[in-house]
Structures are given as structure tokens and as C-alpha cells.
Design a binder for this molecule. Structure first.
Ligand code: ADP
Ligand code: ZN
Length: 220
């Protein structure tokens, strides 16, 4: 099962992708996480990626496509993956289709999570992520705060705020998403795999669980 999660930054696609990955026992592949890891390790790739990410721009297709292809070649990806943040452009979508076609496979479903802009901005500005890579739990300091401020409920590691989660880059990221998602949605609609998911109450603590339930029903 190859699921492509779509949704604006802060739509909750990362949280939903993580839950979905656990429930399906498929790997969660987040290009944003992969880039952040490279940035932390200060690799050449990380430096290059950071020069785009810090401005709220997309990392070039060629670079992004290569790291995803490498990841899809891992043994654990043979039965499917949950893609989060990839593809973001038509070029990337086409590269993914070509790659899967080579293995006699194709994208199963492309759920797009739809959330009002105000909720998105509020969410991103209050977002805190567990700094423990193995855990990576996501909190909202306002709507879904940890029990102890700054500490992950699940694993006890300190929470961190993403560098690019500030008002300036959010606007650019939303704009970039809007520009690119139009074509992507069109592309996946034509392929008959796109579906939209609008949570009843996106600020509810279990909004991501609801999104995941909907996706699981659609893939049965
Ligand atoms: P968000 O969805 O909250 O913007 P991500 O963690 O998915 O966050 O991505 C963070 C940044 O990494 C993006 O703003 C972009 O600069 C870069 N990035 C992630 N995925 C891609 C991709 N598929 N193509 C190009 N750039 C990407
Ligand atoms: Zn944690």
C-alpha cells in the first residue's frame, strides 16, 4: 500500500502519517524529517537543503527525488510506505509513479487533509516536536499540551520548536503549498486516487485518529 499524504504545512498530515504507519506497520517516509536529519548532521546535503528550507522554499526536485528513491529501495519499503511531504511537485509525482511502475506497483491512495487557514497558522505557531527521533511525537502547546511543559509525555525527552515554524516562513510555505498542490491534486484526481478529508473539528485532540480511521476504511 503506497499512501501519499497531502495537506498544507500544519494540516496534521505528519501526525496522521505517523499513526497510520504504526497501524499498518509500514514505514513513515517524511522528506522534511529526512532533510532535518541531514541538517543536524551538517552534511553537504543538509547544508544545501537548509539554504532552501530556511527561506520556506522547496528543495530542488533532483535532490529530493534522489533521497526518496534511495529510501524506497530499502527492504522495509517493499510492501508499501506512508509518504509524508513527498511528492510536492508534478515532477516528483511523475518520478514516484515511474519508480513504482518499475516494480509493478502504483500509488494506492492520496488523501488530502483540508483545514482552514487560521487553524493552520495557529497550529504551526504552537507546534512543538519531541526531540527524540525514535519518538517524534507532535504537540500543540495550546490545544494539545504535554503534561509537563517542554517534556514529551511518551518518552520524557525535551520538546523542540522547528526553526522554520515562524510567522514569516509559514506564509511562504502556505503559498508554495497552494501553488503546487493545485497541479498535484489535478494529477492524482486524473489517476483516480485522490480523496479529500475534512476533520469535523480539526482542533480536537483525536482529529488525527479520525483522519487515520477514514483512510483505513478507504483502503479496505
Ligand atoms: P511542512 O509540511 O510543515 O512544511 P515538512 O517537514 O514536510 O514541513 O517540510 C519542511 C521543508 O522541507 C519544506 O518547507 C521544504 O522546504 C522542504 N521539503 C520537504 N519535502 C519536500 C519535497 N518533497 N520537495 C521539496 N522540498 C521539500
Ligand atoms: Zn517523545
Amino acid at each position: 500500500m503506497y499512501i501519499v499524504m497531502l495537506g498544507a504545512p500544519g494540516s496534521g498530515k505528519g501526525s496522521a502519517a505517523k499513526i497510520l504507519a504504526k497501524k499498518t506497520a509500514l514505514p513513515h517516509i517524511s522528506t522534511g524529517d529526512m532533510f532535518r536529519e541531514q541538517i543536524k548532521k551538517e552534511t553537504e546535503l543538509g547544508k544545501l537543503a537548509n539554504s532552501y528550507i530556511s527561506k520556506g522554499q522547496l528543495v530542488p526536485d533532483e535532490v529530493t527525488i534522489n533521497i526518496v528513491k534511495d529510501r524506497l529501495n530499502w527492504e522495509d519499503a517493499t510492501n508499501g510506505v506512508i509518504l509524508d511531504g513527498f511528492p510536492r511537485t508534478i515532477e516528483q509525482a511523475k518520478a514516484l509513479d515511474e519508480f513504482l511502475k518499475g516494480q509493478g506497483k502504483s500509488v494506492t491512495l492520496v488523501p488530502e487533509i483540508i483545514i482552514p487557514d487560521q487553524v493552520i497558522i495557529e497550529r504551526i505557531l504552537n507546534r512543538a516536536t519531541c526531540s527524540n527521533k525514535e519518538c517524534g511525537a507532535i504537540y500543540n502547546t495550546k490545544f494539545k499540551p504535554p503534561k509537563i511543559e517542554g517534556i514529551c509525555d511518551i518518552c520524557g525527552a525535551p520538546l523542540s520548536i522547528r526553526n522554520d515554524d515562524n510567522e514569516e516562513t509559514i506564509k511562504s510555505r502556505l503559498e508554495v503549498y497552494r501553488q503546487n498542490s493545485k497541479d498535484l491534486v489535478e494529477y492524482y484526481k486524473e489517476n483516480g486516487v485522490w480523496t479529500s478529508i475534512t476533520p469535523d473539528d480539526p482542533t480536537a485532540g483525536n482529529a488525527s485518529d479520525q483522519v487515520v480511521e477514514t483512510i483505513l476504511k478507504l483502503t479496505k
